[in-house]
Each structure stands twice: as structure tokens, then as C-alpha cells.
Write a new protein. Structure first.
Length: 574
């Protein structure tokens, strides 16, 4: 028996050590993974109206993007005021950038402090601590430790940039304190103490305590039963954002009625603790092990883990299945409308250029699944119909077709995202070169060559099709993404404010362009990766989402570029 007890105690101590290590790691991870909503209060004296912007990097991202930023409009005052930024929940905070103003006529600004409020935890930094936490960029002129003015920098020619801001010092103690959600300062000590007490209890009492299997089963069942409620109340682990493509049920207003009972049951079913974790785990299991889409009406798996967008009964489905072919009368109406637009715009001295951006499945049909290929109903596509009709009728307009260049180049480089419906920057670059090549006579523009850019391929974990699957990636879906940077004058494109313009408008100015042309581009999401290339060649470019003819008279452009993704062409007569 002594020998048995000795082995038993060894097993208990061994399990306790393993549990201590696991629990210690878990508590450590609680310290630095997720940050709840963050309120940032920047206290300063700002004389003139302005706009401040706070950028943040999180997760696997290594760049500052507009999507991961918060803007705040300032009303100028001689009094001290609070500039408040409300940041969302952040996964693994990596970097911060504070942009101080867009008004180049701004006067001297005086900083007093900055405060971060993270789920009730306040971190206050006075001016001395602010200067240790942040470093000014080259567009800031420091007057003393607490006051500064923005300054313009001349990069080349007559081009000036005004972009004053501060970058966080990544190795500063202040930033380390900010990004850590401190659960405990001694995670392994706490864990070791807990399991030491538990181990001693078992060693002393295991001989005198008899636990029936039914009792143990009931205890485990009871714990599992109350855990969801405990999670809702105390947030044992950080809740996951719902990845389902629907709105979850809201808590109903109390009433003594059958309807309330039914609605409350629906609410609990949609919001019980750990629900989103369970949905995510189930989706991951189905997706990663069985290569089966959680939402096949939105996304389908192709070969070699490629994902394709396939909204059932939507335009993309009709496009790749070739069930959207046009009648002759409709073809004629569409082309006649384009010809009418061309004639109307040219009468105002505006050049009108048409183009389309190929669907992903058009350039990479070989990765479509066999079941997707079986749904293709015809040998030609709608875009083939339109291009052929324009050629046969000698129409006065032409539709810029970049497919041949993309199909040729795809043998050398990846041109579209595997896990997104869009092309990557390399695909956009090839299309940009071919677009200006085909329209050289009309536009007089020669595209830049590949040798004028530095191209770096980086790991890419994003993609809208991943989120449509209803899962957190976690590194399972990873591809290489090209990043283009000009070798000379890489910052020559200036992005202007879009206040007063429709949502998703982008406006650029380029003082290094060798012309004074103003261009109006009717755009969609595919145009996003074309913007850094198109804007290299024109003084001003206005990228307006959709076809909004009212902006023609408002902006009086020299050129109109009308270009949309393949599946949208011919959907409307405009």
C-alpha cells in the first residue's frame, strides 16, 4: 500500500506541475493579447479648427491603415480642451501613431497630457511622460517640451507635404504598460500556489474521501451547466465577435406573455456564454479538416485551398456559371448608351475611356472545384458577348480588355488573392500597364515599368472570403502578398480630405505629375489597388464609387475613366 501511495502521490504532483505550467501560460496570455475598448483623451490647447487622427496596428498587420484609425474633428479654442478618441477592441496592440492636424495654417499647439482608459484601468501620462512615450516626425517643429507647430516639407519640385504627427516609442516602458492588460504580475506564482494547495488536499484526503462516479458526473454536469452564465457575467475568457452573417437576437423587453418567453429563449440561444467560441470551433473543424464551407451560399472551396466568392442568386454566381448572357436588344442598348456618353462628354472637351477588371474565376478557372465547373452553362461569357458586339458593329467606343496580359503574367506571379475575391497589387499593376498601353493614343500616358518599383512579397493572413466562412484565421490561410514601392519619390501621391463627397471616395493630388490633368474615375472595390498606380500620372484624380454623372459638371474633369469588375458590366444601362 505504501508503494501504491507513493506512486499515487508522484502522479498527483506530476499532474499538478503540468497544470501549473498550462495555467501559468494561460494567465500570461491574458496579460498581453486582447485589449477592450480604449478611450484616449489628449489634453491640449489648439487655436484653430482641425482634424486629429489616431492610428493603431494590431495582430499580424505591420502597416498603418485608414481602416485601423479613428478621426476626431477639433473646434479651435484658446482654452485647454480634451481631444477624445474611442478605439475598438484591439487584438495584440503593436504600434500607435498620433497625427496632429490637417490644417496647415494651424498655429502653435500646446500639449498637457494624454490618458488611456482601458476597461476602467486608467494610464495617465503628463507632458514629460508623453515625450518619452512619443517621438515627433519630421513635419513637427518643437518649440519647447510642450509646444510645437506643424511645418511643410518640400520633397521634390514644388510639392509640399503637411503631415505632423507622433510615433510611439516601441521600446518605452510607457508603451509596454499600455499594451499589457495586466491580469496578474505573477501568473506562474499564482498558478503554482493554487495547484500546490489542491495537490496537498488530494494527497491528505484521497484515502479518506470516497467519491462515487455518479456524484462526479453530476458535479461536472453542473459546472458545465453554469459556465455559460458565469462567462456572461465575469468574462472568464475574452468574448469573440460574432462572425455569422446575420444579426443576433436582441434582449426583449419584459412582459408577462408567451411572446416574451419565446423571444427570450431565442435571445439566450443567440447570446449564451462561449457561443461564438463554439461556433468558431465548429466552423474551423468543418473548414480546415473537411474543406467544407460553413456558408456555401457565399463562399466555396476550390482546389488547393483556393476560395471563391459565389453568392447564390447573385451577380457573381450568374457570371461564373454564365447564366447572365444578354439578348441582342439589350446588348445594343448598353453599347448605344456608352456611345451616347462618349459623344456627350467629348462635346464638353472630356475624354471618355471604358474598361473592366476581370473576375477571379476568369483568370484562375483551373482552381474552381469540379462541382462549380459543372454549373457552367455556356461556352462564352457575358463580357465576351459585349466585346464581340463592339468589334462586329465597329462601335465608336471600345472596352479596354486586360485579360490577355493577366493570363500571360499569371504563369510567373500570383495576381489574385487566394482567399479574397479581388486581385492583389501585382494583378492591378499588370492591368494598369495594359490599360495605358491600349489607351496610349487617347491619353498620351506611358505606364511605369516594373524596374521602377521595389516589390516585396509578405505573408498575408487577411481576405474577405475567410471572414465569410465565419472563422478566425489563426494562420491556417496564409499567402504571399506583393507590396509595391516606388524607388524614386515614393511619397509623391498626396491623399486629400473627402469631406462633402460620397462614402468611399478617394481624392489624390500629385505635384510631380508632368501635367495639370484632372481625372474622374468611376470606381468599385477592384479600383482600390489601381489607385497607387493611376495617381502617378495625373495632377488630380477623383475616385467616386459607382457611376455618378452629376460629378462631371461639378468637377469638370479632363478625362473620365469608367471601369468596373467584370460581373458588374452590363448589369445596368448607364
Amino acid at each position: 500500500m505504501d508503494k501504491y501511495n507513493r506512486y499515487r502521490n508522484i502522479w498527483i504532483i506530476t499532474l499538478a506541475c503540468i497544470a501549473t505550467f498550462i495555467a501559468g501560460n494561460y494567465l500570461t496570455n491574458l496579460n498581453d493579447t486582447f485589449l477592450g475598448q480604449i478611450d484616449v483623451i489628449f489634453k491640449a490647447k489648439i487655436p484653430k479648427n482641425d482634424t486629429f487622427q489616431l492610428f493603431y496596428q494590431q495582430g499580424s498587420t505591420n502597416e498603418f491603415t485608414i481602416a485601423n484609425s479613428v478621426k476626431t474633428d477639433i473646434i479651435g479654442s484658446v482654452d485647454i480642451q480634451d481631444v477624445i478618441f474611442k478605439l475598438p477592441k484591439i487584438d495584440n496592440l503593436k504600434n500607435l501613431r498620433l497625427d496632429i492636424g490637417e490644417n496647415f495654417k494651424q498655429e502653435q499647439i500646446e500639449i498637457y497630457s494624454i490618458k488611456f482608459i482601458i476597461e476602467g484601468r486608467e494610464l495617465f501620462y503628463n507632458i514629460d511622460e508623453f515625450n518619452m512615450l512619443f517621438s515627433p516626425n519630421k513635419y513637427i517643429e518643437i518649440n519647447n517640451e510642450s509646444t510645437f507647430t506643424g511645418k511643410e516639407a518640400v520633397l521634390a519640385g514644388n510639392r509640399k507635404i503637411y503631415d505632423p504627427g507622433f510615433y510611439v516609442n516601441l521600446d518605452s516602458a510607457g508603451f509596454e504598460k499600455l499594451k499589457i492588460k495586466r491580469f496578474t504580475n505573477y501568473p506562474f506564482t499564482i498558478s503554482a500556489f493554487i495547484f500546490l494547495v489542491v495537490s496537498c488536499f488530494f494527497i491528505v484526503n484521497v484515502q479518506t474521501t470516497k467519491v462515487k462516479i455518479n456524484t462526479l458526473f453530476l458535479a461536472v454536469f453542473f459546472v458545465l451547466l453554469i459556465l455559460p452564465s458565469v462567462q456572461i457575467k465575469y468574462k472568464i475568457i475574452d468574448p469573440l465577435k460574432s462572425l455569422e452573417k446575420r444579426e443576433l437576437a436582441k434582449k426583449p423587453k419584459f412582459s408577462f406573455s408567451t411572446e416574451f418567453a419565446r423571444d427570450y429563449e431565442t435571445y439566450l440561444s443567440d447570446n449564451f456564454g462561449f457561443r461564438n467560441h463554439l461556433v468558431n470551433w465548429g466552423s474551423n473543424l468543418k473548414t480546415k479538416f473537411f474543406r467544407s464551407s460553413t456558408y456555401p451560399e457565399l463562399v466555396i472551396f476550390g482546389k488547393e485551398k483556393w476560395l471563391y466568392y459565389t453568392r447564390v442568386k447573385g451577380r457573381i454566381y450568374r457570371s461564373y456559371s454564365r447564366t447572365n448572357l444578354l439578348q441582342k436588344d439589350t446588348l445594343k442598348l448598353i453599347v448605344n448608351k456608352w456611345e451616347s456618353n462618349k459623344k456627350k462628354f467629348e462635346s464638353k472637351g472630356i475624354k471618355y475611356v471604358l474598361g473592366f477588371w476581370p473576375n477571379k474565376h476568369t483568370i484562375y478557372p483551373e482552381y474552381l472545384s469540379n462541382s462549380a465547373n459543372m454549373q457552367i452553362k455556356d461556352t462564352i461569357s457575358r463580357i465576351d458577348q459585349i466585346v464581340d458586339y463592339i468589334d462586329r458593329t465597329n462601335a465608336t467606343v471600345k472596352l479596354t480588355d486586360v485579360r490577355k496580359s493577366l493570363l500571360k503574367e499569371k504563369k510567373k506571379n500570383l495576381l489574385y488573392h487566394k482567399y479574397d475575391t479581388h486581385w492583389n497589387s501585382y494583378g492591378a499593376f499588370v492591368a494598369y500597364q495594359e490599360f495605358f498601353k491600349q489607351n496610349k493614343n487617347d491619353l498620351g500616358i506611358t505606364a511605369m515599368g516594373l524596374d521602377e518599383f521595389n516589390v516585396q512579397w509578405q505573408d498575408y493572413y487577411q481576405g474577405e472570403l475567410i471572414s465569410m466562412l465565419g472563422i478566425n484565421n489563426g494562420g491556417f490561410f496564409v499567402e504571399k502578398n506583393p507590396v509595391f514601392n516606388l524607388k524614386e519619390n515614393p511619397n509623391q501621391i498626396e491623399y486629400l480630405t473627402t469631406e462633402g463627397y460620397p462614402k468611399l471616395t478617394v481624392i489624390t493630388k500629385n505635384y510631380l505629375a508632368n501635367n495639370n490633368l484632372r481625372v474622374l474615375v468611376f470606381r468599385d472595390s477592384f479600383t482600390t489597388n489601381l489607385i497607387p498606380f493611376f495617381s502617378l500620372h495625373f495632377r488630380e484624380v477623383y475616385y467616386i464609387w459607382g457611376f455618378k454623372e452629376e460629378f462631371v459638371d461639378q468637377l469638370k474633369p479632363d478625362i473620365i475613366i469608367d471601369g468596373f469588375v467584370e460581373r458588374e458590366v452590363g448589369e445596368y444601362i448607364r
